[in-house]
Design a protein around this ligand. Structure first.
Ligand code: SAH
Length: 366
C-alpha cells in the first residue's frame, strides 16, 4: 500500500468519505504525493510536455509575453509569473527571449507558483543563474502588473465530480469498501449544481472551483491594473462534449492509463480543462478573453515554421528531421499530436486582437 493510501484510509475511517477533489489533492500534493516523490517528466517519467519537447515552444510563448508587455506601454516593474513551472524548462526558454529585450528583462521579477518542494529545488538550480530576481509565491497576484503563463497546470488542479441520479445531482466520493479498499461512492445528499437541469440519468459533470477562483484572481488583477496578460495552455474542451457528459479524470503511469484509485500518489492524475468555465471566470472579473484556439493554430500564427526553418538552416539531416518531428508533435492535429487536443486561452486588459488569435477566433460571449 502506498503511503498516501495508508493516510487516506485512516482519514476516511475517522471522518467518512471524501470528495474526488480531496482525493486528487491528496494524491498530487501530499508530502508523499505524486509531485513530491515522483519524477513525472520525460520519456522515463509519466508524460512529456511541449516545453520538454522543443525550446521553440517557450521561445514563442516568451515572444508573446514580451509583445503583450510592449503593447501595454512597457509597465515597470512587473512580475513574470509561471504557474506550475515543472522543471523550469519553459521559464528558461522564456528568459532566453527576454534577455534579448534588455528593458523587459530589467523590469521583470520572476514569480513561480509551485506546490512541490522537490520541484522548487529543481527550478532554483535551473533558473537562478538566468535571472537576478526569482521568487516563489503561493499565488500569482501581488502588487505589480503580471505577465503570466500556465502550461499543463490547470489540468492538475482537483476536480469535483457530480453524477445525475433521476432529477438530482450527487457528488461522487471516495470511501472504503467491504475489505477496507478505496471505492467510489455517491453522497446521499443532492447537490445544488448550477448546470443544465435536463441532464440524463447517469450524466457526469466535473467542476473545478480552485481553477475558476485562480482565473478570477488573475483576470481581476489584469483588469484592475488595466495592464497585464495571461496565457493558459492545456488539454481540454470548450463547451460540453455532445452527450453532455464530462467524465475526464484519468490516471497515467509510465505513459499508460491506470485505475484512478490504484496506488494513490504513484500515478499522475489529471482531468480535461473546461475552457468555457475559465473564460466566464475571466469575464466576470472584467478582463478580455481571446480564444481558446488550438495550440497548433496559436504556434503557427506566432511563426513556429519560420523559427524551425531558422534553427534547421545549415544543420545536418538528422537535426532537421528532429526539428520537423518536434513541430509535428506540438502543432500537428493528428491523433497523438498536441496541436488540436491542446488549447490556448489568453486574458488581457483590452479587447483588441492579440497575436496568435485570429479575429474570427475571438468570440464575444454574453
Ligand atoms: N509547466 C510545466 C510542468 C507541468 S506539470 C511544463 O509544461 O513542463 C504541473 C506542474 O504544476 C508541476 O510543477 C506541479 O508540481 C505543479 N502543480 C500541480 N498542482 C499544483 C498546485 N495545486 N499548486 C501549485 N503547483 C502545482
Amino acid at each position: 500500500m502506498t503511503p498516501v493510501e495508508e493516510r487516506l484510509r485512516r482519514r476516511i475511517l475517522l471522518t467518512g468519505p471524501i470528495t474526488v477533489a480531496e482525493y486528487m489533492a491528496a494524491c498530487m500534493t501530499d508530502p508523499d504525493g505524486y509531485y513530491a516523490r515522483r519524477e513525472p517528466f520525460g520519456v522515463t517519467g509519466d508524460f512529456v510536455t511541449a516545453p520538454e519537447i522543443t525550446p521553440m515552444f517557450g521561445e514563442l510563448v516568451g515572444a508573446w509575453l514580451v509583445n503583450a508587455w510592449m503593447a501595454d506601454g512597457r509597465p515597470t516593474p512587473f512580475d513574470l509569473v509561471e504557474l506550475g513551472p515543472g522543471r523550469g524548462t519553459l521559464m528558461a526558454d522564456i528568459l532566453k527571449v527576454a534577455r534579448a529585450q534588455p528593458d523587459f528583462f530589467a523590469a521583470s521579477r520572476v514569480v513561480l507558483v509551485e506546490a512541490s518542494d522537490r520541484l522548487k529545488k529543481v527550478q532554483r538550480e535551473r533558473l537562478t543563474p538566468l535571472h537576478p530576481a526569482v521568487r516563489w509565491a503561493s499565488g500569482p497576484v501581488g502588487e505589480r502588473a503580471i505577465y503570466c503563463v500556465a502550461n499543463e497546470f490547470f489540468d492538475a488542479l482537483p476536480v469535483r465530480q457530480f453524477v445525475r441520479r433521476g432529477s438530482v445531482w450527487h457528488e461522487r466520493t471516495v470511501g472504503l469498501g467491504a475489505c477496507g479498499q478505496l471505492v467510489f461512492g455517491l453522497s446521499p445528499f443532492g447537490a445544488p449544481l448550477e448546470q443544465a437541469d435536463d441532464a440524463a440519468d447517469g450524466t457526469v459533470r466535473e467542476v473545478r472551483p480552485r481553477a475558476d477562483a485562480l482565473m478570477e484572481e488573475i483576470a481581476g488583477a489584469i483588469a484592475a491594473h488595466a495592464k497585464g496578460a495571461a496565457l493558459v495552455i492545456d488539454y481540454g474542451y470548450d463547451g460540453l462534449p455532445q452527450d453532455g457528459s464530462a467524465e475526464t479524470l484519468q490516471a497515467v503511469r509510465n505513459h499508460q492509463p491506470v485505475d484512478v484509485l490504484a496506488d494513490p500518489g504513484f500515478a499522475d492524475l489529471s482531468a480535461h480543462v473546461d475552457f468555457a468555465a475559465l473564460e466566464s471566470a475571466a469575464r466576470r472579473s472584467g478582463a478580455a478573453v481571446h480564444g481558446p484556439v488550438g495550440q497548433g493554430t496559436f504556434l503557427l500564427a506566432l511563426g513556429l515554421l519560420e523559427r524551425a526553418g531558422q534553427l534547421g538552416a545549415g544543420s545536418d539531416a538528422a537535426t532537421q528531421e528532429a526539428i520537423h518531428a518536434a513541430v509535428q508533435r506540438i502543432a500537428g492535429e493528428a491523433e497523438g499530436e498536441m496541436g488540436a487536443l491542446f488549447k490556448v486561452l489568453a486574458v488581457t486588459a483590452r479587447a483588441e486582437n492579440v497575436p496568435g488569435f485570429a479575429v474570427e477566433a475571438t468570440r464575444e460571449r454574453c
